[in-house]
Design a protein around this ligand. Structure first.
Ligand SMILES: [Fe+2]
Length: 317
C-alpha cells in the first residue's frame, strides 16, 4: 500500500487567515501538482483564482490531516455561526468536517478522541439541520424518529465513503453525493410506524411489506425535494437489491444493480448486523463477515464481497 494517500479539502474550508502552514496540491489530468508550499500563506487572491477557475477542491497529503482536523475543529463553530457565509457553504464545510471525523473514527473507533469528535459531528449536524431548511432538513426527521437509524446511517456513511474511496477511487464530488445518499438511505423509515420498527417479535407479512416500502417511499420523497442528485437517490432506492434478483424494490439482478447500490448494501448489512437491535443483540465483526460470506452470489456479487471483507478486516487490525 502507498505510504500516503490524498485527501480532498473543499475550498470553502480554506480560510486564508487561519489555514495551517501545509502544502496544498491541485489535481490536473489525474496528477497531483504542488500549488503552494508550507511557507507561503493561502491568500484571498488564491481563493478568487479558484473561484474563477471553478476549482472546488484542493488536496493535502493524508499525513497532514491531523493538522487539518485540528484547524477544522477550532474554526468550525465560528464558520457555522458566521453571518457572512450562506447555508450552502456552511453545509459544505460541515460535510467536509464530517468526512474527516468519520473516516478517522472508522480507522480507529477505539480511540476516545475519535468518539468525542464523532459526538461533536453529530452535534454540529444537528445544529446545522436545526437552522437550515434546505437539503439536510430531511436528516432531522430521521434523527427525531429513531436513534438506531441515525447511528446506523452515520456508520453506513463512514463505511461507504471509505469503501468508495478505497475500492473505486471516486472523485470527491461523487463521494459527497454517495455520503448524502448513505446518510439518508433509510429515510423512508419515517413512513413506517414506531410500533413496527420497534417490534421485538417476528414481523407479519403485512408488516414486512410495509418495511420494504421504505426504499421506494424514501426515494419518492427525497426526489420531490429536488435537492438530491441521482447518485444520492440511487443509494436510497436500491440499497436492498440483491445480486440474485430477489431484492427490492426493482428486483434488479447482477450488474444491473448500480455499483454504488451494491456497495451500499454491503455497508448497510455489515452495520445492521454489528449494532444492537430491538429483536437481537449485535453480532461480532467475525460473525457478521461469516454470515455475509454465506450470501456470496446470492445477496452480494462474489468479487465485490471479497474486496469489502478485505477492506473491513484491514481496518479492524
Ligand atoms: Fe434500508
Amino acid at each position: 500500500m502507498k505510504d500516503h494517500y490524498w485527501r480532498a479539502i473543499s475550498i470553502d474550508c480554506i480560510d486564508p487567515d487561519y489555514f495551517p502552514a501545509i502544502p496544498l496540491f491541485m489535481k490536473t489530468s489525474g496528477n497531483y501538482v504542488l500549488y503552494k508550499d508550507a511557507e507561503r500563506q493561502f491568500s484571498d487572491a488564491d481563493r478568487k483564482r479558484m473561484e474563477r477557475t471553478n476549482t472546488e477542491f484542493m488536496y493535502v497529503r493524508s499525513g497532514d490531516m491531523e493538522e487539518i482536523a485540528t484547524y477544522l475543529e477550532t474554526s468550525l463553530k465560528e464558520m457555522l455561526s458566521s453571518d457572512d457565509l450562506d447555508s450552502t457553504r456552511k453545509g459544505r464545510i460541515l460535510y467536509q468536517t464530517s468526512i474527516n471525523y468519520l473516516v478517522d473514527a472508522f480507522e480507529a473507533p477505539e480511540h476516545a478522541s475519535n468518539l468525542e469528535r464523532c459526538r461533536q459531528l453529530v452535534q454540529h449536524l444537528m445544529e446545522y439541520v436545526g437552522k437550515d431548511d434546505n437539503a439536510l432538513r430531511s436528516l432531522q426527521s430521521v434523527v427525531g424518529h429513531n436513534l438506531y437509524i441515525f447511528t446506523h446511517s452515520v456508520q453506513v456513511v463512514a463505511l461507504n465513503l471509505l469503501a468508495h474511496e478505497k475500492l473505486f477511487n471516486v472523485e470527491p464530488d461523487e463521494l459527497q453525493d454517495v455520503g448524502i445518499g448513505s446518510l439518508l438511505h433509510d429515510y423512508g423509515m419515517i413512513f413506517v410506524t414506531n410500533e413496527i420498527l420497534n417490534k421485538p417479535d417476528a414481523l407479519s407479512d403485512v408488516e414486512y411489506y410495509k418495511i420494504k416500502q421504505h426504499t421506494q417511499k424514501g426515494y419518492d420523497f427525497l426526489k420531490d425535494c429536488s435537492c438530491f442528485n441521482d447518485v444520492s437517490l440511487t443509494v436510497v432506492r436500491h440499497h436492498h437489491e440483491r445480486y440474485d434478483g430477489n431484492g427490492y424494490p426493482a428486483g434488479l439482478k447482477g450488474d444491473r444493480i448500480p455499483r454504488s447500490a451494491q456497495l451500499s448494501a454491503l455497508c448497510d448489512t455489515y452495520s445492521a448486523l454489528t449494532l444492537d437491535r430491538v429483536y437481537r443483540k449485535a453480532v461480532s465483526h467475525q460473525d457478521a463477515l461469516r454470515m455475509m460470506r454465506e450470501e456470496s452470489g446470492k445477496a452480494f456479487a462474489p468479487g465485490l464481497l471479497s474486496e469489502f471483507i478485505e477492506l473491513v478486516n484491514e481496518k479492524k487490525e
